[in-house]
Design a protein around this ligand. Structure first.
Ligand SMILES: *Cc1c(COP(=O)(O)O)cnc(C)c1O
Length: 456
């Protein structure tokens, strides 16, 4: 055994203590760490011929890399839709690496059953019934990709084509309809060989980011009975608008389509009694995407993909030779997602849910919603700020009477917060998205104070 490696084996408990102490120090300083770090110049060093040992590597990391890392796990990083990691989720994540299970089969470990239990818990959290099975993937982009891959297989079933064997070309032109899809849906269509240009956007309700159900029905009717894929959006990133899922699902009585719902963070509206109506009908979807590294506050990378058609999922992703019969019953997990070997990413979610339950996560969600409303109310009173939509859930979308990139740059340089830009109905705008378990109303006030200071 390499001498450094042997020494690390002997000193493992001390090493873990050192890492623990350092992690505690980092987390303790998180509220005061700059939300966005100034990124130093990058000068890669050559591969070390002989290593420094784990303690040496930790030292190197602390000196060279940690100063350039952002405070994105902290309370005022409001860019994109960014969660942090609750204490229990972090413990679960540490133990994921500690046990290093390849969570694919029940032959040698109960890890797969832990994932199944976690999926069941998530199903009840979001009000999904038993007809939905679920699988862990790396993020919402992968969840959308897997859901749309199952939808692609379903089109084949309707048209008498075996897409998994014959390829997507055998389907002819595929039609995908959506109101205000997330960029990752286009990426998924590119990866799936359907093509980005096959997505036809459907008119939205006036002043909204929710699809107009009548326009969707007209677009479906124009297909003359040809099956299609509809991507419904439950929580758009700009203004957190929700398609009317029940109205869309009801269109299946007259038109054949696969209903995929991108509920990456919007699914968490189900946890708030006042907002659960926004995702009414989620259970009617054929496939559902929910991100977990956003509002469940587990570390990257975790999302779940739910579907009612596990048989078609197996048809797409089975890892056995095409001439063998498809896996039946509860298939090993490498028959269900793009990965074969995979980490037990369910463990962090399992810890979070075991530790805080539905009530604890409801509290995070309602507190984040309250913080968004607080910021919205404060900003509405700042001269030169205009809200571009009412605060529906956890995002404040607003524009300012000056250069948006310059303002965001000043916000980032302050270290106190991080916000990201967008364009909403042609207007350059700013988004402040609340999804971190640490964020309090006082953080919303601090961001409001900062913005009014910079704008006056
Ligand atoms: C974040 C997000 C995605 C993509 O999620 P990743 O985890 O970054 O892959 C997809 N859809 C919506 C609505 C999102 O908010």
């Amino acid at each position: 055994m390499d001498a450094r490696l042997a020494a690390d084996l002997t000193g493992l408990p001390d090493l873990l203590t050192a890492a623990r102490d350092y992690a505690a120090e980092v987390l303790d300083g998180l509220p005061s760490r700059p939300a966005a770090a100034p990124v130093p110049d990058f000068a890669p060093t050559p591969l070390p011929a002989g290593g420094a040992g784990a303690a040496g590597a930790l030292q190197l990391f602390r000196q060279r890399w940690a100063p350039g890392f952002s405070g994105s796990a902290g309370p005022r990083y409001l860019g994109f839709v960014t969660g942090g990691a609750t204490p229990a989720a972090l413990v679960g994540d540490w133990l994921t690496g500690t046990f290093d299970q390849n969570a694919v089969t029940r032959q040698d470990s109960s890890a797969v059953d832990l994932e199944r239990e976690t999926v069941g818990w998530l199903r009840s959290l979001f009000g999904l019934g038993d007809a939905h099975t679920g699988t862990f993937v790396t993020g919402a982009t992968m969840s959308n990709t897997v859901g749309l891959a199952i939808g692609r297989e379903w089109l084949g079933e309707r048209l008498g084509v075996d897409v998994a064997r014959q390829g997507v070309a055998a389907l002819g032109d595929v039609v995908v309809l959506s109101g205000a899809p997330h960029s990752s849906v286009y990426k998924a269509l590119s990866m799936l060989g359907i093509g980005r240009d096959r997505l036809r956007t459907v008119p939205l309700l006036a002043g909204r980011e929710a699809v107009d159900p009548a326009a969707l029905e007209a677009a479906l009717a124009a297909l003359g009975g040809r099956p299609a894929i509809v991507v419904a959006n439950a929580g758009t990133v700009n203004t957190v608008d929700f398609d009317d899922l029940r109205a869309i699902a009801a269109l299946r009585e007259r038109h054949p389509f696969w209903l995929h719902v991108d509920a990456a963070f919007g699914a968490f509206a189900a946890l708030s009694r006042e907002h659960a109506h926004l995702v009414a009908g989620l259970d009617l979807a054929d496939s559902v995407c929910v991100d977990l590294h956003k509002w469940l506050n587990v570390p990257y990378d975790a999302a779940v993909q739910f579907t009612r058609r596990r048989d078609l999922q197996v048809a797409v992703f089975q890892n056995s030779a095409a001439y063998l019969t498809a896996p039946a019953g509860d298939p090993d997990l490498f028959h269900l997602t793009p990965e074969n070997s995979r980490r037990l990413r369910a463990l962090a979610a399992w810890f979070a849910l075991a530790a805080y339950g539905a009530a604890g996560h409801r509290e995070i969600v309602t507190r984040n919603i309250a913080a968004a409303h607080r910021l919205g109310e404060r900003l509405a009173a700042v001269p030169g700020v205009r809200l571009l939509s009412p605060v529906r859930l956890n995002v404040v979308c607003f524009t300012v009477d000056r250069d948006v990139p310059a303002l965001l740059d000043a916000v980032a340089r302050s270290g106190a917060a991080f916000l990201t830009p967008t364009v909403h109905h042609g207007v350059p705008a700013v988004r402040a998205a609340f999804a971190n378990w640490r964020t309090r109303e006082s953080d919303a006030d601090r961001v409001a104070d900062l913005l009014s200071e910079l704008l006056t």
